[in-house]
Design a protein around this ligand. Structure first.
Ligand SMILES: Cc1ncc(COP(=O)(O)O)c(C=O)c1O
Length: 412
C-alpha cells in the first residue's frame, strides 16, 4: 500500500475519490480553472450546488431531465475567461501563444476553396498524420489526429474508465483529468506533488491504475517529469500511461522515445500552444498502433474537418516559424521569472509557456482581482496548494511590461 499520511476524501460518484499525500486536504469541487467572477456568474444562472437537478418543472419540482447520478453531482469543466474581442485586455490566463501562427497558415487559409467542403474529410486525417510523422520521427500509423488534445484525453477516459476502474494522476494538475474521470464514474486516485513538484513515482506505481495521467511540463507548475522517472512508471504500470505533452515544445526534454519501448504509453501533443493554433483545435496521440486502434473505434468518424487537416499540414511543415516563436517565448519566460523574483515572488522553474508564482504574503486572490480591475488577466486556481499562487502565461515583452508595472503598484 501507499505511504503514511494518506488522506481519503470520498466525494462524488459511487466509485469515489482518494487523495494521497502528506497533507490532509479535502479536494473541493473541480472548478479549478474557474475564476471568481465566472463562479459568481455561474451561480447566477444555475442552481449552483452539486447534486441539484439541472432542469426542473416549474410547479411540481419533477425533474424534466434526469442525468446519470455522477453527471448530476459533478461540476463540468469551466474553461478560462475569454474577454470580449477587441477589449484591449492583456490576456495572460490561458497559455495561448502571444505570437501569430506561421504566415504560410494564413496564406493557406486565404486560398481555401469552398467547393472542397462539399465532401466529408478523410476520417483518418492521413495528410496531417504524415506531416506529424516526419516531425515526431515515428511512422504515420503510430499517430492519431484529434480535435485538440482534449479530445484524446476524453477518448482515453471513455475507452479505459468505468465504475470499478481506476484513474491516477499527481495533483495539482490539469483539472480536465478529474472532470473526465467523474464523467465515467471511475475511481480517482489523486496523489499530491511535494512543494517542488517532484513526480510521486512510488504512489503512482502503488495505485496501479487502469489509466495514469502525467502532465509534463505540468500545468500549472511548468515543471517537467524526468524521463528517467517516466521510464520507471511506464515499465511498472500494467495500465496505460498517458503523458500529456501539450507544452513539450517549450521544454528541454520529452518522453516521445517511450512509445517505441512501451506498448502502454501514449504521448499527447497539440498545435494549440507552440504553433499558435488554439482556435484550430488540432492535436495528436502518438502510440503503438494497437493502442490507437482501440481509441479510433470510439472517435467521431470525421473528428477533424478538412480545413484543419490542410492547415495542420502547413503549420507542421513550417518548423522554422514554430521554433523561432518558441525561442522568443523562452526569452520572455526568463525575463518574467527574473522580474517576479526581483519583486519577492517565489517562482517555480518552468519549462512551459507560463509560470507559477507565489506573491510575497501569498494573497494571490487579491492580486488576481486587482490585476483584473486593470484589465490584466492572469489565472488564480482555487485548489489545494494553489490558492496562494498565480499562473501567468508568458506574453510579449509589452504585455509583460504592463503586468510588471501593475504589480509594482500592488505588491508591498
Ligand atoms: C495540460 C494540457 N493538456 C491539454 C490541453 C488541451 O489542449 P488542446 O487545445 O490541444 O485541446 C491543455 C490546454 O490548456 C493543457 O493545459
Amino acid at each position: 500500500m501507499v505511504s503514511a499520511g494518506i488522506a481519503r476524501a470520498m466525494i462524488g460518484g459511487q466509485s469515489g475519490r482518494q487523495l494521497i499525500g502528506c497533507q490532509s486536504v479535502t479536494h473541493g469541487t473541480h472548478q479549478a480553472d474557474l475564476n471568481y467572477d465566472q463562479r459568481k456568474t455561474q451561480s447566477d444562472w444555475s442552481e449552483g450546488s452539486p447534486g441539484s437537478r439541472s432542469f426542473r418543472a416549474s410547479e411540481a419540482g419533477t425533474p424534466l431531465v434526469e442525468f446519470r447520478h455522477n453527471i448530476e453531482i459533478m461540476h463540468g469543466y469551466v474553461p478560462g475567461e475569454q474577454p470580449v474581442p477587441g477589449s484591449g485586455v492583456v490576456k495572460l490566463n490561458t497559455n495561448e501563444n502571444p505570437y501569430p501562427p506561421s504566415p504560410e497558415v494564413t496564406k493557406a487559409l486565404a486560398s481555401l476553396d469552398g467547393e472542397s467542403l462539399r465532401n466529408y474529410p478523410d476520417p483518418t486525417a492521413l495528410a496531417s498524420r504524415e506531416a506529424a510523422a516526419s516531425v515526431y520521427g515515428v511512422p504515420a500509423d503510430w499517430i492519431m489526429t484529434v480535435n485538440g488534445s482534449d479530445e484524446l484525453l476524453a477518448l482515453l477516459a471513455r475507452a479505459l474508465l468505468e465504475p470499478g476502474r481506476k484513474v491516477a494522476y499527481p495533483v495539482p494538475t490539469y483539472s480536465l483529468y478529474a472532470t473526465l474521470a467523474e464523467m465515467q464514474d471511475a475511481s480517482i486516485v489523486e496523489v499530491l506533488y511535494d512543494e517542488r513538484f517532484n513526480l510521486p513515482l512510488e504512489e503512482l506505481l502503488a495505485a496501479q491504475a487502469d489509466l495514469t495521467f502525467v502532465c509534463s511540463p505540468n500545468n500549472p507548475s511548468g515543471t517537467v517529469a524526468p524521463l528517467s522517472d517516466l521510464k520507471v512508471l511506464a515499465a511498472g504500470l500494467r495500465g496505460v500511461l498517458a503523458v500529456d505533452e501539450a507544452y513539450a515544445d517549450f521544454a528541454d526534454e520529452n518522453a516521445l522515445a517511450l512509445v517505441k519501448e512501451h506498448a502502454n504509453v501514449i504521448i499527447l501533443r497539440t498545435l494549440s500552444k507552440s504553433y499558435s493554433l488554439a482556435g484550430l483545435r488540432l492535436g495528436f496521440g502518438i502510440a503503438a498502433p494497437e493502442l490507437l486502434a482501440g481509441l479510433s473505434k470510439i472517435k467521431d468518424s470525421y473528428n477533424i474537418d478538412s480545413v484543419a487537416i490542410r492547415l495542420a499540414v502547413v503549420a507542421l511543415n513550417d518548423q522554422t516559424w514554430m521554433r523561432a516563436n518558441v525561442e522568443r517565448i523562452k526569452t520572455c519566460r526568463t525575463e518574467i521569472m527574473r522580474s517576479l523574483e526581483g519583486m519577492g515572488f517565489r517562482v517555480w522553474p518552468s519549462q512551459a509557456n507560463f509560470v507559477l508564482a507565489r506573491p510575497p504574503g501569498g494573497d494571490a486572490r487579491r492580486l488576481y482581482l486587482k490585476l483584473r480591475d486593470q484589465r490584466i488577466f492572469v489565472r488564480h486556481l482555487d485548489l489545494p496548494g494553489l490558492d496562494d499562487k498565480l499562473r501567468i502565461s508568458v506574453g510579449t515583452e509589452k504585455q509583460q511590461q504592463a503586468l510588471i508595472e501593475a504589480l509594482e503598484g500592488l505588491v508591498p
